[in-house]
Design a protein around this ligand. Structure first.
Ligand code: UD1
Ligand code: CA
Length: 454
């Protein structure tokens, strides 16, 4: 590129209208989650990070496709009326891109492992001095299967892409495959697509045919390679599991690079949006669902399940704890074994170490929640809140029947059922008085023994 030239702009079209029949699912294929995020959202995020704008997602006409549109909003969608093939799908975005003159990045919504670097490699090759009109990302999969095969010329340029179903045995033996991403100069794209026919094994309009058409017009096409890892297409549940495993590995490596100790990485499951501070230790068998943010010097002990939760610096969670959405733990909070927290804020230094349910609650700094405490937040009709002040002490096996407030510094005697507000620094308890009958146990024992002998 000469110094005077203005940089070319980059628009993106992502294809997501296919029915995904091999998934055998009610859910549109591209909405199946990988690492807790729909496949299409991974691709959109990578395209956006690579600088593509606008991004247009091509969806199908069925009513359930509205959910795909919601998942990619605020990016726009274009509807492909009938699934006539990948080339026809790109044509569905033509009106949305009327007048656009830069480069058009075309990707498939079912390839969730693409990264910003995947796109960057492709874009860099497309913009090299020889300026190919079509630049396609290639890969060498261990099992080439149904991938399109890339036919290259003696100069290494790309001459054609042949779909597996249309390939000769010689072509099927080609190891270089179409990964499913390309960059095409906008000024050529639409006229190339207009020339694509349906004379092939599937009777479809193949996007991949534009390569041979461009070559016939004397235009240059190029291929650039990335590892199969980044380009895996998901067409079945088995491939979904492969994609999940690959992304989990990537997330674990990233977490460790950021200063997180994973004692047995393979047993820790993360989400694409999981955030960690420094010096976090995650013990084995922990599942972190979407929406979790973990502060510095936090330890998550074995067998915990976290979702939609914020864990403050220096806190300790588990073993066997469950943090559900809306949980906010302050600094140095302890949540121990068999404790479930939901929509609750536990301020700095709160301890809830054993066997409790804390839902729809607010607990002030330094309070101690005894074993077996239950916030009774649901009366069968509606949910109510429990508010506990700071430095309160809730005795073991207490039921707090919400709505109820226990003010600062109050103590609740063990085994109480608290239905009315408790004022600051008061002791509240609802137990029946204890009675003792001296010698009675021994008398009963003697009577039983006599009856057995006689
Ligand atoms: C496609 C490529 C193949 C490549 C492979 C990479 C073509 C003709 N073939 O094959 O060369 O190796 O991807 O994974 O392009 N879609 C639509 N509308 C349609 C058809 C498909 O939007 O009418 C979308 C699908 O939702 C999917 C993507 O396009 O996201 C790819 O379609 P798919 O049927 O999976 O193509 P492959 O057979 O995998
Ligand atoms: Ca595919």
């Amino acid at each position: 590129m000469t110094a005077a030239a203005t940089p070319r702009t980059l628009a993106c079209i992502l294809l997501a209208a296919g029915r995904g029949t091999r998934m055998k699912s009610k859910l549109p294929k591209v909405l199946h989650p990988v690492a807790g995020r729909p496949m299409i959202a991974h691709v959109v995020a990578a395209a956006q990070a690579a600088g593509a704008a606008p991004i247009t997602v091509v969806i199908g006409p069925d009513p359930d496709q509205a959910t795909v549109a919601q998942a990619v909003a605020p990016h726009r969608t274009a509807v492909q009326a009938e699934q006539r093939g990948t080339g026809d799908a790109v044509l569905a975005a033509r009106d949305a891109l009327a007048g656009f003159t830069g480069d058009i990045l075309i990707g498939y919504g079912d390839a969730p492992l693409v990264t910003e670097e995947t796109f960057a490699t492709l874009i860099e090759r497309a913009r090299a001095d020889d300026r190919p009109v079509v630049t396609v990302l290639g890969t060498r999969p261990a099992l080439p299967g149904t991938y399109g095969r890339m036919v290259t010329g003696p100069d290494g340029g790309l001459d054609a892409i042949v779909e597996a179903k249309d390939a000769t045995p010689e072509q099927l033996a080609i190891p270089l495959c179409n990964a499913g991403l390309m960059v095409v100069a906008a000024e050529h794209l639409w006229s190339l697509l207009d020339a694509v026919g349906t004379d092939n094994a599937q009777g479809e309009v193949y996007l991949t045919d534009i390569v041979a058409i461009a070559r016939a017009r004397g235009l240059r096409c190029a291929v650039v390679e990335r590892p199969e890892q980044e380009t895996l297409g998901v067409n079945s549940r088995a491939e979904l599991a492969v994609a999940e495993a690959a992304l989990q590995d990537r997330l674990r490596v990233r977490a460790m690079a950021e200063g997180v100790t994973l004692i047995d990485p393979k047993t820790v499951f993360l989400s694409a949006d999981t955030r960690f501070g420094r010096d976090v230790v995650i013990e084995p068998h922990v599942v972190i669902r979407p929406g979790v943010s973990i502060g510095d010097e936090v330890t998550v002990l074995a067998f915990c399940h976290l979702e939609g939760a914020v864990v403050g610096d220096g806190s300790r969670v588990g073993p066997f704890a469950r943090l559900r959405p809306g949980t906010v733990l302050g600094a140095r909070v302890h949540v121990g074994n068999y404790v479930e927290v939901k929509a609750a804020t536990l301020a700095d230094g709160v301890k809830a170490n054993h066997l409790s349910y804390l839902g729809d609650a607010e607990i002030g700094a330094g309070s101690n929640i005894g074993a077996g405490t239950i916030t009774c937040n649901y009366d069968g009709f509606s949910k109510s809140r429990t508010v506990i002040g700071s430095d309160a002490f809730i005795g073991s096996n207490t039921a707090l029947v919400a709505p109820v407030t226990v003010a600062d510094g109050a103590t609740i005697g063990a085994g109480s059922v608290i239905t009315r507000d408790v004022e600051a620094h008061a002791l509240a308890l609802t137990r029946a008085e204890q009675r003792a009958l001296p010698g009675m146990a021994a008398k009963i024992r003697a009577a039983k023994a006599k009856a057995r002998k006689g």
